[in-house]
Design a binder for this molecule. Sequence first.
Ligand SMILES: [Zn+2]
Ligand SMILES: [Zn+2]
Ligand SMILES: [Zn+2]
Length: 433
Amino acid sequence: MTDRLPCRSEGCAATILPATAARTGGYCMPCKQEMERAERQRYIEQNRRDIDLYEEITDPVEILKIMHAPLKRDPLIRYIPYPLKREEVYSALSPGEADRLLTFALDLLEAGDEDTCQEILVSLVCYQNKSLESCIPTLMERGIYYPGILFKDASARSRDELLQQVEQDKDNRNHLLLALGWIGDDQVVYQFQEWRTVPPSWAEELYVPPEAYAHEGGWELTKKGSKRPLLYHDSYAIAKIVPSKSTYAAEAEPAEFLKENSALCPWCGSGLTTLTDLDISHPKLHFLGLTGERLRVCTCVNCSCYDTIYMDVDFHGKSEWSQANIKPEYLPEPDSEEDDRSYAAAGQSLRLADHPRNSYYAAYWTLGPAVSQIGGYPAWIQNAVYPSCSCCSQSMTFIGQLDWEQIEEYGEGIYYMFLCADCQVTATLFQQT
Ligand SMILES: [Zn+2]
Ligand SMILES: [Zn+2]
Ligand SMILES: [Zn+2]
């Protein structure tokens, strides 16, 4: 038997074979590898250069072009990030700049870079609400029908072509229907109604009836066949503020977030959470069209991940667990360790932005926008789901969403909030990233 030697590293208890010691200079393999890693790191730090791709560039269009260009990955290069986020640069574009970017996107398409083109076009719609009417024929020529939001301002002519194509084009039918849902003009509403009355032969190949695609565009077909919008065009971001003690004045905020509630969840027994507490009499929230003082949207943040949760409300602050809630078959065991309420503290640093933002700002989740908002279009992570009111069974109206990533360090997923104002019922649901 060979005698093993102690590793030369101070504090390392490992022993090694003499043969290993000869190879490594007396160190065990983990120690040797750690030394090599540290050496590499030292080399990188000593030789790394900072590169500012945006140096002396002031034209926002050029800045966005750089942001969209692929970066050469090199451990010896540290790219200095631009001080503004992409969404901020987009939001501040002038109409002329937005036009130039649109032209650039179409040039990319011409050159075969469909993905970047699509990303720029979607950004222009979401952050600028720019109409893409002029380039829709080009997209269609190239067989690009996705994402549907690109088509929302389609001309009557493009819409008619889409309506024709959806009858024949089995491969693209799902995307074509999404695009039509986004267009949602009188002709589309009429056609959805026709399809509901006499389902086309291809309808059985779909997971949902054709008229259900209206949800993707944020509306539903009423029983009488008209269009009923399911959201508000006004939209205010829910932003994080750094509370400064000296200047903090207890000014009346139109909205508060993530307040603990004394009522317990009948399913899991943990405390309910008021996701948002809205002062509906505040001028900023008049767009909700509600008469009263307060609308509170409560839920169980645990159980909401498993099913839609309804609450009976009034517009004076009441929010009670609805008898219409049906306990799902599966709920995880409540875990008291996990049930810390640290997010309640995070809620205190959230407030409604001073100025409204574009309705579609967060409508395309994969762009990575700041999602949390009251009003506007939802940022669906999965398919669009507007819950049916537990009382009247109409689709409920979207009133806001909270992005858990913004709230907890390792948080993810979005809580969506809905209201049926007629029945005074709220609903919350959750989608996981
Ligand atoms: Zn060692
Ligand atoms: Zn619960
Ligand atoms: Zn209702």
